[in-house]
Design a protein around this ligand. Sequence first.
Ligand SMILES: Nc1ncnc2c1ncn2[C@@H]1O[C@H](COP(=O)(O)OP(=O)(O)OP(=O)(O)O)[C@@H](O)[C@H]1O
Length: 303
Amino acid sequence: MEMIQVTDLKKYYGSLKAVDGVSLTVNEGEVFGLLGPNGAGKTTTMEMMEGLRDADFGEVIINNLSVKKDRKKVTEHIGVQLQSTSMFDLLTVEEILRMYASFYRKSQPVETILAQMNLIEKRKDSIKGLSGGQKQRLAIGLALIHDPEVIFLDEPTTGLDPQARRSLWDIVLELKLQGKTIILSTHYMEEAYVLCDRLAIMDHGKVMALDTPDNLIASLEMESAIQFKWGQDLHLLESLAGVTKVTTLKDQAVLYTTNLQDSLIALIKFTEDQKIQIQDLQTRRATLEDVFLQLTGRSLREE
Ligand SMILES: Nc1ncnc2c1ncn2[C@@H]1O[C@H](COP(=O)(O)OP(=O)(O)OP(=O)(O)O)[C@@H](O)[C@H]1O
């Protein structure tokens, strides 16, 4: 069943097209990702989906309710993770959860949220003293207090260390197991790959591609990438055995290939014959990063 339908959503700020005609659907129980670099329009898209920002054009339907016309009813079905900077620093974890619970007609027991977010030991601590990961878990806990079916997480792991990031991934996967529908924005391709059933790759306010992570990678028709420092003409590399595409990333050449072994042997032979030295050679399986590079000519990590 489709839980969310977004049709031709637009938001312009003067001549800047922050969101420029986004259409997508999110199925019930799915983790759906918006993947793109800073400024791609992920937050603006999510805020229009949540009803927190007015769209200039387009429509969002959540659980058969129009976000524009039935905003109040929609809020009962959705949970939005607030940025932790906007929480009341002097309250304790338990106090803020109780305060949020009081905003709703029906809410989950605070105990349940504390356990689910791994915050039982922190319940009496003030928010000010929490680590970044604990604050993010609390922010998600606050979004869950009224037990919504749909949860929006805007870059939930930005700025967290790898361990805190993984613990947040576990929480997202646990929420999925409970049947929640989750919309998550991120600029980490590994996170998108691990968590998302399907994802939309966004750039300059548009959806560049939308599919499962594996299908997006498979659509490139290149299993592996060979990357190395390269100061010569790129065209020299195009006819090497197995190579399907050639591109650059800063001072590096990236060769995509369907046959890593053939391409590597051909590359080494070619550079030997031409007396060209290659530096910093590495090979890897193609990733969502490569999908983004192919679609936009840029790296997700260039911020
Ligand atoms: N209120 C506003 N006024 C003017 N421009 C805005 C406003 N809000 C967002 N923008 C611009 O719209 C574009 C999209 O911003 P948005 O925050 O949606 O991107 P994002 O993909 O979420 O990036 P980030 O990861 O940095 O949050 C950016 O160029 C941003 O500067």
